[in-house]
Ligand binder design. Structure first.
Ligand code: SAH
Length: 226
């Protein structure tokens, strides 16, 4: 079998065994996960693990999330294709590419310029043309392009950043991990006018959101992600 066919099979198995079997039902999300080549976003030394049921290091002490968590957070946004979405924490660019397949327009913010540049290169190579990666402190959102029908934060916040609530469109959803640096709860907020309803979805472990409305610094010991 050709390598590309083998990777396609691995990806289909990932969708069935890790994602559909754990309760993700949105067919558009499942299709996006079966289509976007996760291995392209994983550094070459770990590429053989690209379809494993785990997060993986991407350099700069950051990680690409476990596929199931990507699917879960994406399903929570409940996208139908017309939305403008904000992602905070571009990292590898994988989640941004998934969002790009499911929304009209995606802005993705990353604080580490090298990661942003690398992600841009991959997205360009994959011809993903509705995702824009910007270097910024995403805890402050992106007021010039607000409001957003969906906001996803892929780094752990000590509390919900107020600017992100303010930049959410009426009826929009904000999905993010909230808690300590060592562990968080995945929360899904839905805006109805000036009311915000919160669902607590699942325990998760993300790298910290570092910024004005996040943590002052990354306090994890150096060995944390090894
Ligand atoms: N969504 C990514 C995984 C993100 S890991 C993927 O699919 O690969 C979390 C990312 O958030 C890291 O790259 C980290 O540098 C970034 N980050 C942390 N604090 C941030 C902030 N305030 N603004 C923007 N990005 C931030």
């Amino acid at each position: 079998m050709k390598e590309s066919e083998e990777l396609t099979h691995e990806r289909e198995r990932m969708v069935e065994n890790q994602i559909r079997s754990r309760g993700i039902k949105d067919e558009r999300v499942l299709e996006a996960m079966a289509t976007i080549p996760r291995h392209v976003f994983v550094p070459s030394e770990n590429r053989h693990l690209a379809y494993a049921d785990a997060p993986l290091p991407i350099g700069h002490r950051q990680t690409i999330s476990q596929p199931f968590i990507v699917a879960l957070m994406t399903e929570l946004l409940d996208l139908d294709g017309d939305e403008t979405v904000l992602e905070v924490g571009t990292g590898s660019g994988y989640q941004a590419a998934i969002l790009g397949r499911l929304a009209k327009r995606v802005y993705s913010l990353e604080r580490i310029p090298e990661l942003a540049e690398h992600a841009r290169g991959i997205l360009r190579a994959l011809k993903v043309d509705n995702v824009e990666v910007l270097v910024a402190d995403g805890s402050q959102g992106l007021p010039e392009h607000a409001p957003f029908e969906g906001i996803m934060v892929t780094a752990a916040a000590p509390r919900v950043p107020v600017p992100l609530k303010e930049q959410l469109a009426d009826g929009g959803r904000l999905v993010l991990p909230v808690g300590e640096q060592a562990g968080q709860i995945l929360e899904c907020w839905e805006r109805q006018g000036d009311d915000f309803r919160r669902d607590r979805v699942a325990p998760v472990a993300f790298v910290p959101l570092v910024g004005e409305h996040g943590w002052d610094s990354d306090e994890r010991p150096f060995s944390w992600w090894l």
